[in-house]
Write a protein that binds this ligand. Structure first.
Ligand SMILES: Cc1cc2nc3c(=O)[nH]c(=O)nc-3n(C[C@H](O)[C@H](O)[C@H](O)COP(=O)(O)OP(=O)(O)OC[C@H]3O[C@@H](n4cnc5c(N)ncnc54)[C@H](O)[C@@H]3O)c2cc1C
Length: 302
């Protein structure tokens, strides 16, 4: 028999942003349900870095500890499952999970993250988060001064090469086809000794996710320790769009400084709202959303 759960706040997504909001709301004595699909974007990375007090712990260790802290507050409940439908009505929102459970809440927070789209390069998905990396602040220190590849083209390639060059001067740019750098950008690359390889990348040779060689069409492979790239992404769920939230040009949910979306009563926090992709930023945004939600509930009641 499907359950109907009535709460004040419903948080969809129970990873770093959602749990941080849950903690703030639990400490505000709010009745909160957090529903989580259990697929945080960093689940393949062996160690998470640059989150104060948790530098180098595994993503699961951080999340497990966060869950225990949040569940210490008796008004917060955590549910495993996928939310598949959201409807707005006069007094708030109703949501349904894939399992058929129904939740009713006055406020809604999307802490649902984003999904990276893997290019069709055999080996890349297996290396993602292990040796194919998105962020030097998370993983750059561990591969400093190592031979590093950049997989990108055009302005993104120039930007990434300039950034990653700070961690290692031993860089090779793989444009995976003819390069679209401007002559000025190419001159800068030459000036800093960055080799540009235009051959098609056909595979990444790796050992349990640790990249060893970039396999190229019609030429010898290149040995590497790590690779940085910026993957395209989409929102993890169509629900914010279905309920009418607006999005930025970069496809993030549009929020104001208090994490409010363009739909009254609906908030969003974490990777789904910002290109600043880190656990610390997601936690900060979740905390902010929790406080803003609590304030709206207080203002409605007082
Ligand atoms: C490979 C990789 C390595 C990283 N390494 C680091 C690092 O070392 N240090 C660092 O600070 N940051 C790192 N990051 C960034 C960091 O992981 C993210 O910024 C952070 O996870 C964002 O938290 P979030 O809560 O917004 O989203 P996520 O952690 O992605 O969580 C979103 C949650 O929402 C759930 N969800 C989505 N849709 C639904 C739905 N419809 N119903 C129910 N649940 C749903 C998902 O299952 C998931 O559990 C890394 C990212 C990646 C991709």
């Amino acid at each position: 028999m499907a359950e109907i759960n009535k709460v004040e706040v419903l948080i969809i997504g129970g990873s770093y942003a959602g749990l941080a909001a849950g903690l703030t709301l639990g400490r505000s004595m709010r009745r909160v349900a957090i529903i989580d699909g259990g697929e945080p974007c960093n689940r393949q990375t062996p160690h998470s870095h640059n989150f104060l007090t948790n530098d180098g712990n595994t993503p699961a260790e951080i999340a497990n500890r966060a869950r225990a802290e949040v569940l210490h507050y008796p008004t917060v409940s955590l549910h495993s499952g996928l939310v598949t439908e959201v409807q707005q009505f006069d007094a708030g929102f109703a949501v349904w999970t894939q399992a058929g459970d129904r939740f009713i809440a006055q406020k809604l927070l999307f802490a649902t993250g984003i999904r990276d789209e893997m290019p069709h390069i055999p080996g890349l998905a297996e290396c993602w988060g292990i040796s194919v990396l998105h962020c030097p602040y998370c993983h750059g220190y561990e591969v400093r001064n190592e031979p590093i590849g950049i997989l990108a083209n055009g302005d993104t390639a120039f930007d990434l090469c300039r950034l990653i060059h700070h961690w290692s001067p031993n860089l090779t740019l793989f444009t995976n086809g003819p390069n679209s750098l401007t002559p000025e950008q190419q001159a800068k690359m030459n000036q800093h000794g960055i080799a540009i390889v235009e051959h098609k990348v056909t595979a990444l040779q790796h050992n349990k996710g640790k990249i060893e060689e970039v396999v190229l069409e019609n030429t010898a492979p290149v040995k590497l320790t790590a690779m940085f790239t910026r993957l395209p992404f989409h929102q993890s769920t169509p629900l914010p769009a279905q309920i009418g939230c607006t999005f930025t040009e970069q496809c993030f949910i549009h929020v104001d400084e208090l994490q409010r979306t363009t739909i009254p009563g609906v908030f969003a926090a974490g990777d789904n709202t910002t290109p600043m992709r880190s656990v610390a930023v997601a936690v900060a945004a979740g905390m902010k959303a929790g406080a803003a939600i609590n304030r709206e509930l207080i203002e409605a009641a007082f």
